[in-house]
Design a protein around this ligand. Structure first.
Ligand code: DX5
Ligand code: ZN
Length: 219
């Protein structure tokens, strides 16, 4: 069953609480929290996302899907565990060794949180295979991480399909999340490729009825 994780990155300043309540009513499956440190990616949303996630935690029971686009993964995990997220996803490219990847996976799990690993467009999907049995979700970036409102990179569809095939062959239980440039036009092909969690920011935030757009993305 396909789920929608709404990215809060592109919500206009000052409209946050109104939009969060509307997204709660529209039953987004997750709030997608895009954490950027100004080093792994250019933008720095770090403190704003701690504030936003804490506020959402207070007003909603819907799960938080935290996407760490940071170099110092450990510190960010500690900071975001405070908002009791449903899942914390970190970037494979932020890790210097396989040991570090396993260390982070275990650290997130020891803190009773689900764990995801994300790969940037230029990272080969095979690089993540060995970690798949130990994680709950693979986040395939369908844009270059760093900002909302970009156009989906269509050659990422093959990457998602390759991952899906491998997951099925290996009988793995794993969510495949696609993130970036997802809208009513691109969602069908992303789902066909095998993603079962769709991150959408701009497409949802600009819509005048969140429930309709979320239901259509899922259908
Ligand atoms: C980009 C973020 C995405 C982005 C999605 O670095 O990881 O979650 O905010 O936004 P849209 O849906 O506008 O591409
Ligand atoms: Zn994201």
């Amino acid at each position: 069953m396909v789920e929608v994780s709404t990215s809060i990155l592109s919500i206009k300043e000052g409209e946050e609480s109104k939009v969060y309540f509307e997204l709660e009513t529209a039953k987004t499956d997750y709030f997608h929290i895009d954490v950027m440190d100004g080093k792994f990616v250019e933008k720095d949303t770090y403190h704003k996302m701690i504030e936003n996630a804490s506020y959402i935690k207070r007003i909603s029971n819907l799960p938080l899907d935290v996407h760490l686009m940071v170099e110092d993964v450990k510190t960010a995990i500690d900071d975001f565990l405070a908002v009791e997220p449903n899942i914390i996803t970190f970037h494979l490219e932020a890790c210097k060794s396989k040991e570090e990847v396993y260390e982070i996976i275990n650290y997130i799990k020891e803190n009773n949180c689900r764990v995801g690993i994300s790969v940037k467009p230029n990272t080969k999907i095979e690089e993540i295979y060995e970690f798949l049995p130990y994680i709950h979700m693979c986040l395939v970036m369908t844009v270059e991480p760093g900002k909302g409102g970009q156009t989906l990179l269509t050659d990422m569809l093959d990457k998602i399909a390759t991952l899906k095939k491998y997951v099925e062959e290996q009988n793995l239980e794993l969510d495949i999340e696609a993130d970036g440039g997802i809208n009513l036009k691109t969602a069908p092909e992303v789902k066909k490729a095998g993603a079962n969690v769709l991150v959408a920011g701009t497409a949802i935030v600009i819509a005048n009825d969140f429930k309709t757009i979320i239901d259509e993305l899922k259908s």
